[in-house]
Design a protein around this ligand. Structure first.
Ligand SMILES: [Zn+2]
Length: 174
């Protein structure tokens, strides 16, 4: 059971963000509540996607909304992504790495298979911004962050910001 009351936006280097998330076996009431909470956090922080670890929960679930609204937010449980097309570079940020932006390579198309809150499996094809969101969120479920995918030059540029985030985290967890 997930304790939704404890769910908060997490920032790097919170351990749950760099660990592999676990599959969801039982879509119970706490998962329904978690999905609601994740949508709220995503909207509050003006994101277009949010993965379980970003709410402090190491489970394979993410929400995505192309226009950042709660109404259009869709829930993906135990997603499996199959990328295709060509690699496209675009600027990308992450709510868990505030202030860090980088040019990240992503595939231009994908198909995604996941379960909804009703437990039913569905498959979607994606292109454009949505395919970038899907790949970004699926990375989160494997403990991979955009900071891991930056070029060497961008990593050096992000060093100060990462040091600040680490200090903030250590101060909050003293
Ligand atoms: Zn992110």
């Amino acid at each position: 059971m997930v304790d939704v009351e404890k769910c908060r936006m997490t920032r790097w280097p919170t351990p749950v963000l760099v660990q592999k998330a676990q599959p969801i076996e039982d879509i119970d009431d706490s998962i329904q509540a978690l999905a609601e909470k994740m949508k709220d956090i995503m909207v509050e922080y003006k994101g277009v996607g949010l993965a379980g670890p970003q709410a402090g929960v190491g489970l394979r679930i993410f929400v995505a909304s192309l226009d950042g609204t709660k109404e259009n937010a869709k829930v993906y449980i135990n997603p499996v992504i199959t990328p295709s097309g060509t690699l496209v570079v675009n600027e990308e940020g992450c709510l868990s790495l505030p202030g860090i932006w980088g040019n990240i390579k992503r595939y231009s198309k994908c198909s995604i298979k996941a379960q909804g809150l009703d437990g039913k499996e569905f498959t979607e094809q994606a292109e454009g911004l949505l395919v970038r969101i899907f790949q970004h969120e699926c990375d989160h479920l494997d403990g991979t962050l955009v900071a891991d995918k930056l070029s060497t030059v961008a990593k050096i540029a992000a060093r100060r910001k990462l040091r600040q985030l680490r200090e903030d985290y250590e101060n909050q967890n003293k």
